[in-house]
Design a protein around this ligand. Structure first.
Ligand code: ZN
Length: 200
């Protein structure tokens, strides 16, 4: 028997989410069908709101409801340090650690030749511009220990060689292939404290 179109549509949309395969999508769809109208509506509204109310900060590209975001506009944050991360959620990983007091720059991905992502697809030009301001003293590259993450780190390092800015990267100890959110707060804080100059 064929499924009603609305169910098929929901399953197909859920399958687009990272980590959700056919089985999980079906399970979630049937869960939502059985749930109270109120619960399903809350979920639908929450999804609608993140598209409606959440924007990217024009300075750092972090996600925010105000522009500039709460971190960029906070005068007690150290504007001399810019921590470069791959995705908006990495900002939360760093913030949860509670040790970092500088500001951020979100690249919106990494250079990945296999996926056809080049430097121009990322938020790199704006970083070069921010790095050129006199108040910027250090760029901390908090990118994943993957081939793509390291390629991106080197590309940025080369782009910034003429700028009088210190470029550091998180200390080794990051698991190879590891991304920021795989690290517990203690390990991440340690990798940040022991950061070293990026060698080009
Ligand atoms: Zn911001």
């Amino acid at each position: 028997m064929k499924r009603p179109t609305a169910v098929t549509e929901l399953i197909e949309e859920l399958k687009r989410l990272p980590g959700v395969g056919q089985k999980t999508a079906e399970r979630l769809s049937f869960f939502l069908m059985r749930s109270k109208v109120d619960q399903a509506t809350k979920l639908a509204n929450a999804i609608h709101n993140i598209k409606d109310k959440i924007i990217l900060c024009s300075v750092c590209h972090g996600i925010t409801e105000t522009d500039p975001c709460g971190i960029c506009s906070n005068s007690s944050r150290d504007q001399k340090q810019i921590c470069v991360v791959e995705e908006p959620h990495d900002v939360y990983v760093m913030e949860n650690m509670g040790y970092y007091k500088g500001v951020y720059h979100v690249l919106m991905g990494v250079i990945s030749p296999l996926d056809g992502i080049g430097p121009d697809d990322l938020n790199i030009e704006r970083l070069i511009h921010r790095a050129s301001r006199s108040e910027t003293q250090e760029i901390i590259l908090a990118l994943s220990a993957t081939v793509d993450g390291q390629t991106t780190a080197h590309y940025i390092g080369e782009k910034l060689t003429r700028q009088p800015v210190y470029i550091s990267r998180l200390a080794h100890g990051m698991p190879v292939g590891g991304e920021l959110d795989y690290l517990d707060d203690g390990t991440l804080a340690q990798a940040l404290k022991a950061r070293a100059k990026l060698e080009i």
